[in-house]
Structure formats: structure tokens, C-alpha cells
Design a protein. Structure first.
Length: 596
């Protein structure tokens, strides 16, 4: 929170805002005045979009002209004000840290409601990425070059192939990894702006340059992978490859109009999921900060009210989604692995949107239809607290065995160890079964299809070839990387299979085809059904298919009154396309489950 000294904030009227007048000057000290203004009609002003935080909490001071008071501001904001200051004329800007009384919750709520209007009515929006550092001038130059030739694949491929451009690409990666792109409010500010100029140090470019260049990077991701197979040797590049940063971070990490239009009439869940990786200082702003992206009728469901708890706001999201869509898929975004402790005391079925997760619900990765065309049957039992959610679901089976979980920060060795352990679970139970629903070959195929959620990739028209290729990749990599581990005879036979997969392509084959293993574990049920579910599951958990949910879920009996803990969603082989409804016809296996 920014402290404000020397300026007395007085209450604003409805549709009234404050503007900062940056006085023209050439001296180093920035002098400003704060004025009040009405949005109807709007004056000429620039709305600033920037990252609040400074890693060390440093501040700079600027002088407020009328009373010569100094007000401490963050280094980031000081840089933005300096970049927008003109030598020959005064400039009016709107910036949240100064134009909103940060000590007044009521005013914050009032101004957050106006945020859509403030950025939409601004003459322009200024994106401040920060000072010229990490060779950002090279980054801006490359962005302009790529944008100017975005229709010429040959030109862009030549830029990528030219080793002399590597410092430029490294600079763009650093630019796209700046704090600005991680901020939640940025998504809305950019989305609703009419005209945007991007500032970085002394350089400026139109927003269209950044957007066009980012789209070109995404289109040429394979070229980037080919020429930068190990990325660039940068300390900052630990989580993502160079091509991933260029293709998915920066401007491409923000929501644009084309994507939003494709989300339908009730886009709340999709918008929440898309923005989940963004950061906000207040957990409630994970909801309040995306309201400008939603249709007016949905915004009315979420009055901006900072007196509400995080729990009340997040449960309200679930309530709204259930009411408007009659679908239960939202609870599958409640990710409980890796385990963590939430200070919000949320029910197990309520997603913690403040938590940035490495995994997501299966239904967002692949289109399943486990409950067919049914709609959710649900009820909140303890109004108005809404702590318990009763759902109706079809019982499938009980978990009797499961493998180790693949960590969310997984390496190739993690995949290999999990594969071996999961296969051992299958071998052990198969040898004990008195009734086999599958022959062993069928079990091997079902096992492999379970690991990738039955998503055989394009280009593999022959399922048998893909199956053999998969076992070859796992077996050969285990033989190389974990040579002391003994493989069973059948698995050893795949090591030297000729599958047309180059040695240096095996690791990417594994990560690309089996990324759904991350954060999950293999499981077997009492009746031999295979599944791939959350790493949080354990023996004794039950698997059910809720009405109005695209995937089965795992529940854990818990509590003295027959309640259940929501554990997570699960891929269940053979039950992802409405097959559970046939069990209902045969055995009437549906019932109510109370989740807490």
C-alpha cells in the first residue's frame, strides 16, 4: 500500500474521479497537482497501466505543486510519471495509486466499479513496462521488425535463424517476463482501452506492434524450438523455454476480444481460469479485477464490496456459475495437489482462485462428456453460509490401489519413475485378479491410453504403432537414464524397437504426449477400472460421475454425518462419454453426496 503524505483526500461523488496533472518541466524533480474531474463528459487524460510492486519496496518522491508537499511513490510509478512528462505542456493522467484514496475501502470499491469507464473513456492508455534494462532497446527494435514483416514467413524465419539476432530474442524474453505481464488488473486495462501506447525506458511503440509480433512468435513456435532447442543461457529462464515465453507470455498472456467472443454468453469460469495465473495483492480482486471483461448481466452478480470475505466472494463465483450454466465443472478447478493451506477457510469444493496452480481441471484440457447431456442436481444446504454443497452423482467404484504422484515441477526422470511405479501397480493387481475383464494385451493398451487420457495425438493414425512407440520411448529412456533399474521382460523388448523416433526427439515426445500426468497419479478400483486422478487421492476414496459434470470426480468419506471431501477430478478409462448412465439404468447407482 502506498502511503500518501501532505494531500487530504475528500469524498468523491458518483462518476467523479481524480486526475494527476504532471507539470511541464525539464528538471529531475517531478511536480504534479491533483484535481477532481467528472467522467460525463470525459476530459482528455491518459490512464496509466503499470506494475505496482518494487521487489525491495523502494519509493521515490515527487512534489505536489500547490502546497509543495512530497508524496512517496513506488519506483515503478515514478518512472511512469517521468516517461509521460512533457517539456512544453502539462499532461493529465489517471493512476490508481494517487487518484484513489488507498486508505478508504469504500472509495476503493466505488472507483473499482468505475474502472471499466476510466480506461475505456481515456484518450489513451499508457503501458509502462519499466526502465531500459536487460537490453530492452534491442527487444523493442526486434518487435518492430517482426511486426512490420508479420505477413512474411520467410523474413521472420530468417530473423530466427540468424545467430546475430540471439541477443535481440533474449531481450524480448526478458521483456515478456517483466512483472507487468503478471499483474491481474492489466488484463482488463488493456482489453477495454481504445488506444494504447507502450513505454519502455525512452522508447515507445504502438500496442499493435507488440500484439502483431507476439502472434508471429506463436505462429513460428516450431521454428523457435528448432533454432533454440535449449533456450538461451539466461539465469531467469528456468521454468519456460524461450519459445514458450515468446509464444505464450507477454501480450499473448492477456485476453483479447476474439477469445472472449468465443467463450459464449456465460464466460465467467473460462475468464477466471484464463486469468488464474495473474497476480493481485488482494485475493478478492481475482474476481473484482475481471468484471470489466464480463457481460453487464454477469457483473450485477458481483457488487464490488471489500467488506466481504475472500470465502464469500469465491463461493459466490461457484453459486453464479452453477445458477447460470447448470454445470458442476467449476468444482474441478478446486486443485488440492500439491497440498497447501488456505487462509480463506474455503470448502473443499470451492476453487481457491488466489492460488496459482500448475495443473487445471481435465475438462479444460480435453472435451469429455462423462455425464452425457444431463444438468447438475445440487443444493446449498446451509444458507446463507453456503458451506455444504449437496450434489447428485452416479457411483462408479472405490479406489484400491494407486501409484506415486508426478510432481508439478516434474522432470523427465519424474515421468519415468512414475511410469515404472504405475506399471508395477498394474502388474501386481493383474496377477491377483480372479476375473480379468481384459486380456493382458488389452490391459497394456488401456494402461497407456489412461496415462494420456486417451488422447492419441494427430499423425498417429494407427493406434498400435502409437502404443508401441510410447512403450519404446519410456523403455529406452529408462534404460539410459536409470540403468540400475530392472525392467520386466515385456518392457525390455521395446527398447530396441525401430519406431522412426530420433533419439533426440524422445524426451519431447514424452513431455508432449504425457503432460497430463503432471500433478496426477494412476489408480485402480475394486473392479479393475483404471484411472488417472489427482495426486491427492488415496485408497478408500470413491469415484462418482456427478450429473452435469464433464468428468468423474474423487470423493473421500469424511465427517460424522456422512459428508465427503472433494479430492479432485479423474480420468476413468471407459467412462468418459456417458457410459455411467448405463449403470444407472441397470443398478440405480445414483444418490446424494454432501460435500463440505
Amino acid at each position: 500500500m502506498l502511503g500518501v503524505k501532505g494531500y487530504q483526500y475528500t469524498p468523491l461523488m458518483e462518476r467523479e474521479i481524480r486526475l494527476v496533472k504532471i507539470l511541464k518541466a525539464t528538471m529531475s524533480t517531478i511536480k504534479c497537482e491533483i484535481h477532481r474531474a467528472w467522467l460525463d463528459p470525459p476530459p482528455d487524460y491518459t490512464a496509466i497501466s503499470y506494475a505496482w510492486g518494487d521487489a525491495e519496496g523502494r519509493t521515490r518522491e515527487y512534489e505536489r505543486e500547490s502546497t509543495q508537499h512530497s508524496i512517496p511513490v513506488s519506483v515503478s510509478l515514478h518512472g511512469a510519471l517521468g516517461a509521460l512528462r512533457q517539456r512544453d505542456r502539462d499532461v493529465y493522467v489517471w493512476v490508481d495509486a494517487l487518484c484513489i484514496d488507498q486508505q478508504n475501502r469504500d472509495e476503493q470499491a466505488q472507483q473499482v466499479k468505475l474502472m471499466t469507464s476510466i480506461y475505456r473513456l481515456a484518450t489513451s492508455v499508457a503501458i509502462w513496462l519499466g526502465p531500459n534494462e536487460d537490453e530492452s532497446h534491442l527487444a523493442m527494435a526486434l518487435l518492430e521488425e517482426v511486426a512490420n514483416h508479420q505477413d512474411s514467413s520467410d523474413h521472420i524465419q530468417a530473423l530466427i535463424a540468424n545467430k546475430g539476432n540471439r541477443p535481440h530474442f533474449a531481450a524480448v524474453v526478458s521483456l515478456f517476463e517483466r512483472d507487468y505481464w503478471k499483474r491481474l488488473w492489466v488484463v482488463q486495462e488493456v482489453f477495454i482501452a481504445r488506444q494504447i501506447v507502450v513505454y519502455c525506458g525512452e522508447r515507445t511503440v504502438p500496442w499493435s506492434v507488440c500484439k502483431l509480433a507476439s502472434k508471429a512468435f506463436s505462429y513460428h513456435k516450431n521454428d523457435l524450438d528448432r533454432h533454440f532447442p535449449r533456450g538461451l543461457s539466461r539465469e531467469a529462464q528456468k521454468e519456460y523455454s524461450l519459445s514458450q515465453v515468446l509464444a505464450y507470455q507477454g501480450p499473448n498472456s492477456l485476453l483479447d476480444a476474439g477469445v472472449l467472443e468465443g467463450l459464449g454468453d456465460y464466460p465467467l469460469l473460462e475468464v477466471m481460469c484464463i486469468c488464474r495465473s495473474k497476480l493481485s495483492a488482494d485475493a478478492r480482486d481475482k474476481v473484482f479485477g475481471i468484471l470489466g471483461l464480463l457481460p453487464e448481466e454477469l457483473r450485477r452478480d458481483f457488487p464490488v464490496n471489500y467488506s466481504l470475505s475472500v470465502k464469500e466472494v469465491y463461493v459466490g463465483v461457484v453459486d453464479s456459475i452453477l445458477c447460470t450454466t447448470q454445470r458442476l465443472d467449476v468444482i474441478c478447478e478446486s486443485i488440492h495437489y500439491p497440498p497447501y493451506t488456505s487462509s480463506a477457510n474455503l470448502p473443499t469444493w470451492c476453487p481457491d482462485w488466489s492460488r496459482i496452480t500448475e495443473t487445471t481441471g481435465l475438462g479444460r484440457l480435453v472435451h469429455f462428456s462423462a455425464s452425457g447431456s444431463t444438468t447438475a442436481i445440487y443444493e446449498f444446504l446451509d444458507e446463507p453460509r453456503r458451506r455444504q454443497l449437496q450434489i447428485q452423482a452416479i457411483y462408479l467404484d472405490t479406489v484400491v490401489a494407486h501409484g506415486i504422484a508426478v510432481n508439478t515441477l516434474c522432470t523427465t526422470s519424474d515421468y519415468l519413475m512414475a511410469f515404472l511405479h504405475w506399471r508395477a501397480v498394474l502388474l501386481n493387481t493383474a496377477s491377483q485378479e480372479s476375473e480379468n475383464p481384459f486380456a493382458w494385451d488389452e490391459k497394456e493398451e488401456a494402461f497407456c491410453r489412461t496415462l494420456c487420457c486417451d488422447q492419441v495425438p494427430q499423425g498417429w493414425n494407427n493406434r498400435d504403432d502409437w502404443l508401441r512407440a510410447t512403450y519404446h520411448v519410456f523403455a529406452s529412456l529408462i534404460n539410459e537414464r536409470l540403468p540400475k533399474l530392472r525392467l520386466d521382460r515385456k518392457l525390455r523388448s521395446y527398447i530396441h524397437e525401430e519406431m522412426g523416433i530420433a533419439t533426440n526427439e524422445r524426451r519431447s515426445f514424452l513431455h508432449h504426449h504425457f503432460k497430463r500426468m503432471m500433478g496426477r497419479c494412476y489408480c485402480l478400483t475394486e473392479n479393475g477400472i483404471m484411472g488417472l486422478g489427482t495426486g491427492f487421492m488415496t485408497v478408500g476414496d470413491i469415484i462418482v460421475v456427478p450429473y452435469g459434470c464433464n468428468t468423474p470426480i474423487v470423493l473421500r468419506p469424511e465427517g460424522r454425518h456422512g459428508e465427503f471431501r472433494f479430492v479432485g477430478d479423474v480420468y476413468v478409462h471407459g467412462f468418459m462419454n456417458g457410459e455411467a448412465l448405463t449403470l444407472l439404468d441397470k443398478w440405480k447407482r445414483d444418490r446424494d453426496y454432501v460435500l463440505h
